[in-house]
Design a protein around this ligand. Structure first.
Ligand SMILES: Cc1ncc(COP(=O)(O)O)c(C=O)c1O
Length: 486
């Protein structure tokens, strides 16, 4: 039987909306079938709800390790915790022999109190208070130093504690095609020799261990240039009798979120057509997501994450290690100097580990006549640092009395609980297979990397979302076991 939908829900579909089909790990595919469990979890823990599974985290780490080992290199991979706050990832790293990159007192303190080996921790915080420095020095945690004032602070604290602090230097200002790459972080590469020889090695309370860089963006060429230029510096300071134990190349390894390249290209083509007025808008208020229409042409560039990537994660790392420098390939340069490779992937290590579920609260039309679907969540609970999160959400019908029609597509914007006109959860207009009903759930896939936690806020005094851990049930009674993130 067909459901009685109010007139307000009727809509003429003009142009079909482009799809962006997300890649889904097998645990997500199986979990999506467990409708009763979803409903129970949202009833018990509220909406939105973040669910995590650590299997892909371990797989992602092992893939990185395998690539590095295939070049005969030793390694230490740190999970950049800023990507996701759940302790389950810290425990998993600890149990599988990899490390954690910490960016605050709380992150470092938590890892230490969870029993992570201090040798497998690194402190890269952008602002290092005396508290966090004392904690790191006391526990012999490696500190990645950003500037001269930090060197002085560490030196003084270490001297007062009569401990030798272990430090690495963050380097930036590498040249790419003759131009300096901008960074607000680290010491300029041209100053590094002086910093090491005149400031770090002239005090008995600092022990120089290695070099560190983390580059904005995802360019392979820039990372290869950084290694090339660092090899020169390492050689110069080695000639003065100082050995560099490792180079830490930070994070920024690409993640692939989408099934199909054609969809990714088609989406961008349709976005441009919409801006040119040649089709109906596919984004809220025809937002160009970085593109604009000016003087009869499209200007600007897409300012979202590059969601489709044919060479993500360990494949990107392999390409970097195989790339030529003036010192042989990057891998050869490291092997020849007996330098350990360190990395700090965040987003890419939690690829496929998390999803977010949220409950449908209302359907209505805005003053333009567009269908809005209100979800019990706010925009900070699914928030990208780029212009939009471009993966199709998945509608999970709950307790429908009638069968769900799949040929009655409804195009809608998802809106949230903050009192802003701009509180659209996704800027993209979404084609749902049928009109979402009150109580249905919407699943946002692959949200563990930065999307859930990085910007979450408690404005209006809303509670933060609960985080649950899903694992495959060893008893076999039901497919999944659920536990609270503590
Ligand atoms: C120093 C440092 N290391 C690692 C990362 C993780 O980067 P990603 O999540 O892109 O891998 C970041 C991210 O900002 C960072 O600042």
């Amino acid at each position: 039987m067909k459901s009685k939908t109010p007139n307000v829900m009727c809509q003429t579909i003009v142009d079909p909306l482009p799809k962006l089909t997300p890649t889904l790990h097998s645990w997500i595919q199986s979990f999506l079938g467990e409708t009763n469990l979803h409903q129970q979890l949202v009833t018990d823990y509220g909406s939105p709800l973040n669910l995590h599974h650590v299997d892909p985290f371990i797989e992602n780490y092992q893939a990185y390790a395998k690539v590095i080992e295939s070049f005969g290199l030793s390694h230490l991979v740190f999970f950049a915790r800023k990507a996701n706050k759940c302790k389950v990832f810290v425990n998993t790293a600890k149990n599988h022999g990899f490390g954690v990159d910490t960016a605050s007192f709380e992150e470092l303190n938590q890892c230490l109190s969870m029993g992570v080996d201090p040798a497998k921790l690194v402190l890269t915080a952008a602002i290092k208070t005396n508290d966090v420095l004392v904690l790191a020095i006391k526990n012999q945690v490696l500190i990645v130093v950003d500037n001269q004032d930090e060197i002085d602070a560490i030196k003084n604290l270490a001297a007062s504690m009569n401990i030798v602090a272990r430090v690495a230097l963050r380097v930036s200002g590498f040249l790419i095609n003759g131009e300096k790459m901008y960074s607000r972080f680290g010491f300029d590469i041209n100053q590094i020799e002086t910093v090491v020889t005149e400031y770090v090695c002239t005090t008995q309370h600092l022990s120089y261990q290695g070099m560190h860089f983390h580059l904005n963006g995802y360019e392979i060429e820039e990372r290869v240039a950084a290694f090339d230029q660092l090899f020169d510096v390492v050689d110069s300071i080695s000639a003065m009798g100082l050995s560099t134990k490792f180079i830490d190349m930070g994070g920024g390894f690409l993640t692939n979120y989408l099934e199909r390249e054609e969809e990714w290209n088609h989406f961008q083509a349709e976005l441009k057509l919409a801006l040119a007025g040649e089709r109906s808008p596919i984004t809220f208020q025809n937002n160009g997501l970085g593109y604009s229409w000016s003087n009869g042409t499209i200007e600007g560039q897409l300012l979202t994450y590059p969601y489709y990537n044919p060479t993500p994660k360990e494949h990107m790392l392999r390409q970097i290690l195989e790339s030529p420098t003036a010192h042989g390939t990057v891998a050869q340069g490291l092997v020849d100097r007996n330098i350990e490779l360190r990395l700090e992937p965040g987003r890419s290590l939690v690829d496929q580990t998390g999803i977010t579920l949220a409950k449908v609260v209302f359907r209505k039309r805005d003053s333009n006549g567009d269908l809005l679907v209100g979800l019990e969540m706010n925009k900070t609970q699914l928030c990208s640092s780029s212009a939009d999160f471009l993966l199709d959400p998945i509608l999970i019908p709950i307790n429908r009395k009638e069968s769900v029609e799949t040929d009655s597509v409804e195009n809608a914007y998802l809106v949230g609980a903050y009192c802003l006109e701009t509180d659209v959860l996704l800027k993209r207009k979404i084609a749902f297979p049928s009109l979402p009903q009150i109580g249905d759930l919407v699943c946002f896939p692959n949200t563990a990397g930065y999307m859930m936690h990085f910007y979450e806020s408690q404005s209006h005094l809303f509670e933060l979302a609960e985080n649950l851990i899903i694992s495959t049930n060893p008893t076999g009674l039901s497919a999944f076991k659920v536990s609270m993130e503590k």
